[in-house]
Design a protein around this ligand. Structure first.
Ligand SMILES: CC(C)(COP(=O)(O)OP(=O)(O)OC[C@H]1O[C@@H](n2cnc3c(N)ncnc32)[C@H](O)[C@@H]1OP(=O)(O)O)[C@@H](O)C(=O)NCCC(=O)NCCS
Length: 144
């Protein structure tokens, strides 16, 4: 929650929302922490997937990397792991929303093969910022 609130200043998830996601079997979350930080007291990052087994559509729920850990490949690594997890759960399409004023994240998603498919006007409140909806078509993977 500490990383969540410093990362998403005006639209951070509440603790209840985060706990709700973490407790769902159809969600899959990763956390990253530095080697030796066995208590994971300070997370370097986290990322979450919603993908019900057997469902064809899945969603990237969130991703955050701590400011001092950015541009070292962690965001890409977590996204690749979530994409692989979605494939293994049988998803064929992966969706995400990203703030229209966040070109860095859009570049990462574009590099991973996500394509913009639409805009949700004013999706992020109270900032009144649009969301760009992006989609990645996944290969059939099944139990791969
Ligand atoms: C977006 C975010 C998760 C990226 O994490 P990261 O660990 O820094 O990303 P990576 O180091 O794996 O970057 C992979 C590539 O994405 C692109 N990229 C990432 N951040 C970028 C930035 N700020 N500006 C431009 N390109 C960027 C680059 O192409 C980068 O490759 P390069 O470093 O070789 O040029 C991180 O900046 C973050 O947590 N931002 C705040 C929260 C956020 O915006 N979350 C996304 C919500 S949709």
């Amino acid at each position: 929650m500490r990383l969540e609130t410093v990362t998403f200043e005006n639209d951070a998830w509440s603790r209840a929302m985060m706990l709700g996601d973490l407790s769902q079997g159809y969600c899959h979350y990763l956390v990253a922490f530095r080697p030796g930080d066995d208590d994971a007291a300070e997370l370097s990052g986290y990322a979450g997937l919603m993908s019900a087994r057997g469902a064809s559509d899945a969603d990237i729920q969130t991703i955050a990397v701590a400011p001092d850990a950015r541009r070292q490949g962690l965001g890409r690594l977590m996204m690749e792991a979530l994409i692989a997890e979605a494939v293994s759960r049988g998803a064929r399409r992966l969706f995400l929303e990203v703030r229209a004023d966040n070109p860095g994240a859009q570049t990462l998603y574009d590099d991973l093969g996500f394509a913009p498919i639409g805009v949700r006007r004013g999706y992020y409140q109270p900032d009144d910022v649009d969301a760009v909806v992006m989609r990645l078509d996944l290969p059939a993977g099944g139990a791969a």
